[in-house]
Design a protein around this ligand. Sequence first.
Ligand SMILES: O=C(O)CCC(=O)C(=O)O
Length: 300
Amino acid sequence: MRSASSKSSLLVLVVVLLLLTLLYDHNSCNASLIDPTKSKQISWKPRAFVYRGFLTDQECDHLISLAKSELKRSQVADNLSGKSTLSEVRTSSGMFIAKGKDSIVSGIEDKLAAWTFLPKENGEDIQVLRYEHGQKYDPHYDYFTDKVNIARGGHRIATVLMYLTDVVKGGETVFPAAEETSHRGLNIMDEDLSDCGRRGIAVKPRRGDALLFFSLHPDATTDPNSLHAGCPVIEGEKWSATKWIHVAHFDKIYGNDSDCKDQNDSCERWAALGECTKNSEYMVGTTDLPGYCRRSCNVC
Ligand SMILES: O=C(O)CCC(=O)C(=O)O
């Protein structure tokens, strides 16, 4: 009798251990897919790194297929008001994929956190972009100069650009204010670059590769060398995915939380439609001027 019951306890113990191992493997597998030897430094001013083969073909195709039917003309943030506006500075189209939308998106976010050493919750939703012939993003900074956009999570500290397709000609990401060093780390031949790409340290889009650069210095001051542009696509089509990462939790405003209310009955519905990101000034607001749907946007 006793030996039968100790056998069944042993069996239960083995099953529990197996389940725990599976759970641990599931949570850690994406992070453990990061291989630091694949990350090469391409510049110190700004701090920029390229990771060859960061995304698998399946991950690239998945992001493109989620985005394809949802694309809208890209916008830029107005320097003073922070409002999103259309501008000839940025002519691509794009859309946002909600954080953790499915297991593939969540797995990519795990890898981003492991590579950048920055917590998942500090990231914005991934933005997928498509650039057709002639489309571009003129030189700009990813840090903000308005109050609205820094209310959620503070300044953007870093950006990861993931390239979802190869581009035959043009479409490079270029850092025109980067301080050139004797080596560029990636052995790109000048003849492979467009005129725009030759204006600084450039990364030629290659399906699956990812570029990480920092917009803030280690002492948290803004880095003017992080000026960057998406060069016009000359031949082919460019698909990319951007993850902007802030200094703090992107979904929280640190301030007075005693008044955590929605002020419009439609807030919940708007939040589900992504308005907290698309229309952050109205929905979230700032610590000085709180928005109308702070509860539904989970910022209090
Ligand atoms: O597409 C690129 O190469 C640049 C994109 C970019 O600058 C951005 O999304 O902030």
